[in-house]
Design a protein around this ligand. Sequence first.
Ligand SMILES: Cc1ncc(COP(=O)(O)O)c(C=O)c1O
Length: 442
Amino acid sequence: MTSSLASPTAAAGPVPDVSVVPPVWGRITNLVVDRGEGSWLITTDGERYLDYSSGIGVTNTGHAHPRVVAAIQAQAAKILHAQQNIAYHEPGLRLYERLRHVLPGDGWGAFLSNSGAEAVEASIKLARIATGRPVIIGFRYGYHGRTGQTMALTTAKDVYRGHFEPLPGSIYHTAYPYCYRWPGGAHAPDASCVCDWEAQLDLTFHQYVYPEHVAAVIVEPVLGEGGYLVPPPAFLPRLREITRQHGILLIADEVQTGFGRTGELFAVRHWDVEPDILVMAKGIASGLPLSGIVAQRSLIDRLPPGSHGGTYGGNVVACAAANATLDVIEDEGLVANARERGAQFLAGLRALAPKYRSIGDIRGLGLMLALEFIKPGEGDGRVPNPDLTKRVQAEALARRLIVLTAGTYVNVIRIIPPLVTTADEVELALRTLDESLTAAGP
Ligand SMILES: Cc1ncc(COP(=O)(O)O)c(C=O)c1O
């Protein structure tokens, strides 16, 4: 039999069975989607789902925002691929210029690539070449991607790294202030926080690595995949001080927290912290593959021509989408909406809590929200309850609300609405979650 791309099912004809997709893509739903509109996904059967996954934190402007779609269509009709080493293009030049101003202050520059992991890789290469130091420190529970080095930095769950040893070396992990699960007891992530992350970092400097060998510390300002952890207010400012003291660069991985998600354009702004390198992806282009870093231009220029790059980085259509995305975020006040809808959602979740003993913790910043489930009355009162978490997610899906899970023990429901979501949609999601919690049982 000869192989052929022109099979009867190539572009027309019956849609192939979903089994053509390999199982490595762990499934969240079995929906076959036809289109998206704002906060909604519409299946090929015409059913509407409230998408509070935002395609894993990507569609900040909502699905298929007309201005983003128009920019993509207009650009696609002109040229699809204007490779960065070969030519400059207007959408890219505009975007490079705009990204110089996403952090306060002057002198910033950008580098563009395709995925979050690829941008994290760029940040690590830059930190190493700029400092001449080998070691990178990450945080436990952190998630930075699934390429070689980003996998080595990731400790959110063993599935992301456990099958792939040996992993790249000179990467060490230290404690993130996970206030609910701190060994000394659960407490609020406020000024009275008793997490001893700073002592743990000091221990890392005395047990694993000399601080003068550390090129960078990479941190998620609000930790994502590992459980949606909001740190206490002193954490990032103090981490900034410590890294400066030792000449260590601070990399803020804002792949998930960026572009308005937490109620600031970038989460570091909540604490007025200036990172040396900001990593961005997801929300940048409303769904087209694009990522990048922002750092002082004098730092970025330490990467000699050819030492980093990629065929597709800074794709022209993706850059056009990113420019339109930034326009929409600005013109429609989406950062403020993330703040307001986030406060509404968090208050609504907190009002539900007294009805459900299995809710151990409720937390969030802007439209990055989470419910952590426990087995009431067992152990120290914080025993993770992944079965219930799965049931709540399934009950929500049965009621046409899409939410994701997170956390090392997969006992966290994470809620990531698009930043265009309305007050009515938030109320609908809260009612649906209430019903789903009741239906999921104890
Ligand atoms: C904080 C963070 N960093 C990096 C990544 C990796 O991004 P990508 O999946 O685009 O490679 C993710 C993805 O979820 C993330 O949340």
